[in-house]
Design a protein around this ligand. Structure first.
Ligand code: 5GP
Ligand code: ZN
Length: 133
């Protein structure tokens, strides 16, 4: 895709701080600098998001997500990772090229990835009935 920032990073037109690369995927540091080690993993071929990706692409990208996560935990002193994906504008997706976020974590690192939980009086049976496949 001509006007896709992540396609331009894959092609080398836009520079990145590369963490890992193989035939199908590329991982690099998120430019925001919001959290130490915040990493993005993208497929080398364009798909707008998770819903548009084919199975083969998902296999490759999830394997890379696991590989990098394992490296962060086994070799880099982290003890866990948050793995996140935003799919669609309403979910906060800002770059329309499939990507997973990896946030490396340590005990008591004060990183806040999810908002505080607020309990609601949901009718779980009704929700389940509506959503189930
Ligand atoms: P989304 O909100 O779509 O899930 O995440 C997009 C991410 O891409 C954001 O965290 C943003 O900081 C990052 N990002 C946007 N433009 C660039 C860029 O040019 N280079 C890099 N490395 N990250 C980018
Ligand atoms: Zn793209």
């Amino acid at each position: 895709m001509d006007d896709c920032i992540f396609c331009k990073i894959v092609s080398g037109e836009i520079p990145c701080h590369k963490i890992y690369e193989d035939e199908f995927t590329l991982a690099f540091l998120d430019i925001s600098g919001d959290i130490y080690g915040h990493t993005l993993v993208v497929p080398k071929y364009h798909a707008d998001n998770l819903l548009m990706a084919n199975d083969e692409m998902l296999d490759h990208i999830l394997k890379t997500v696991r590989r990098i996560s394992k490296h962060y935990v086994d070799d880099c002193g982290f003890t866990g990772v948050n793995i996140m994906n935003n799919t669609g504008l309403s979910a906060g997706q800002t770059i329309m090229h499939l990507h997973f976020h990896i946030i490396p974590r340590k005990e008591n690192d004060n990183v806040k990835v999810y908002p505080d939980k607020v309990e609601h009086d949901f009718d779980f049976a009704e929700i389940c009935n509506f959503l189930k496949i």
